[in-house]
Design a protein around this ligand. Structure first.
Ligand code: GLU
Length: 473
């Protein structure tokens, strides 16, 4: 299979593979697949040393079948129009798979953020936002950015502030971007959301004994060995929650290094070491490697690519030694590598499902911003006292005295509880739908893998939406 395809063409190859199992009119499938809008803007940056540089930025809105459109903004030297359109398309499918009511979008600026000072990054971000406003590519009901590779809550705060200054609708301006700092109307749990969603998804997938057996694995995450590629926001949180779920993270790689310890790492300690030294390289009692690509080939039960696209290719796929590939990044596996993994019986839990935790919690943040009330604020105290009254009634009726630990479990749900329970429910439900689709096709002797099943669920949901709009018969 051609590895020469562009990233967007690769996404469309996966789409076409699934579309073959449907009988929607070709025109409708084409409308779902195509990228509706894309905009390239350039603007000058006056650097701190007085020199002038041209900055290139993009925003693509892949699908308007639901509004607003939604997707992150990345800062990376790899950013170009094709990459942004591919990532926007993945956002459309991702939102449909987890039933989050947005169309897909993505933005990016072609910079290596490490080469710029904080004030240069602020000027770039504010000017980029200004361009988005001018071209109607941002707004609470239009298009809502979020963090992605190379951006975080600081950039989101600058975007919000720039938008709010110029917004016609000041009241809802706070919903123009998600992933904001908590003090700027962000939501608890958003930063951790993608990594946490990866672990909820893996927990669900690994709980099904019938699916684990052909992989030679027992059900559950406990004791499973894991290699994580990328130690940014997603990789770090996925590793941390995997460790908390009793899995053993034996390998971690980042941009210029990798570390391996068959006994497993304490993720917090690795993060502290990296903060102090600037890299994971040389972490005590571990084998360090210079070329992080080699780390992808370490033997493990679960490989978690959590960096960038096109990491698993026809070149390294035959050498990968994991039973499960858990795609925390967007587009880490090329279609050619995917075919090799299917052939080798490796299970892929696809990006379009597995990393949807970020946009799911972004949805909760957007809802919170539009309702102008913290989730759980109205009911928490009431729930708390009702549960306590129940506890006392049980004690009185049975004579049993609850211990302090048991009492601790009783409390009204606060924002973080609600966010995590909403996220967990979303990931479990979407996985069950995906598996159901897979089983339906398998019963007809159609070999539908997880990625194809996820695409099929997305296509059905989006097609339904178009039909409800009366655009297609
Ligand atoms: N950038 C994240 C993603 O690729 C989150 C997008 C969002 O929250 O809108 O899914």
């Amino acid at each position: 299979m051609a590895e020469k395809l562009s990233f967007f063409q690769k996404v469309n190859t996966d789409f076409d593979k699934a579309a073959r199992f449907t009988d929607y009119p070709p025109g409708l499938l084409e409308q779902i697949k195509i990228c509706n809008n894309s905009c390239h803007f350039t603007f000058p940056l006056k650097r701190d040393d007085g020199t002038i540089e041209t900055i290139h930025g993009w925003r693509a809105e892949h699908s308007h079948h639901k509004l607003p459109t939604k997707g992150g903004i990345r800062y990376s030297t790899l950013v170009d129009e094709d990459e942004i359109m591919a990532l926007a398309a993945l956002m459309t499918y991702k939102c449909a798979i987890v039933d989050v009511p947005f169309g897909g979008a993505k933005g990016g600026i072609q910079v290596d953020r490490n080469q710029y000072s904080l004030s240069e990054l602020e000027r770039i971000t504010r000017r980029y936002t200004y361009e988005l406003i001018q071209k109607n590519y941002i707004g609470p009901g239009v298009d809502v950015p979020a963090p992605d590779f190379g951006t975080g809550e600081t950039e989101m705060a600058w975007i919000f502030d720039t938008y709010a200054t110029m917004a016609p609708d000041k009241l809802n301006a706070i919903a123009c971007v998600t992933g904001k700092p908590i003090e700027q109307n962000g939501i608890l749990g958003r930063k951790e959301a993608t990594g946490r969603g990866v672990v909820y998804g893996l927990q669900e997938a690994c709980s099904i004994a019938a699916d684990m057996k052909p992989l030679g694995l027992t059900p559950g995450l406990s004791g499973k060995t894991v290699v994580v590629q990328g130690f940014g926001n997603v990789g770090y949180h996925a590793a941390k929650f995997l460790m908390e779920a009793d899995a053993s993270v034996i390998g971690i790689t980042e941009r210029y290094a990798g570390i391996y310890n068959p006994h497993g790492f304490d993720i917090e300690k690795v993060a502290t070491y990296r903060e102090e030294t600037g890299s994971i390289r040389g972490y005590p009692s571990a084998t360090s490697i210079e070329n992080p690509n080699e780390g992808l080939e370490w033997a493990c039960d679960i490989l978690v690519p959590a960096a960038l696209e096109n990491q698993l290719t026809a070149a390294n796929a035959p050498r990968i030694q994991s039973a499960i590939i858990a795609e925390a990044a967007n587009g880490p596996t090329t279609p050619a590598a995917d075919a090799i993994f299917q052939e080798r019986g490796i299970m892929i839990i696809p990006d379009t499902y597995l990393n949807a935790g970020g946009v799911t919690v972004s949805y909760f943040e957007w809802l919170r911003n539009l309702s102008h009330v913290q989730l759980g604020r109205l009911g928490k105290r009431f729930e708390d006292s009702t549960q306590r009254a129940m506890l006392q009634a049980v004690e009185k009726a049975t004579g049993y005295q609850f211990s302090n630990d048991e009492r601790q479990l009783i409390h009204g749900a606060d924002e973080e509880d609600l966010v995590n329970s909403g996220l967990q429910d979303t990931m479990i439900r979407a996985y069950q739908e995906l598996r159901e689709t897979r089983m339906q096709h398998r019963s007809k002797n159609e070999d539908v893998d997880c990625r194809t099943a996820a695409f099929l669920n997305a296509i059905h949901r989006i097609a339904q939406s178009y039909m409800q709009l009366g655009i297609f018969p």
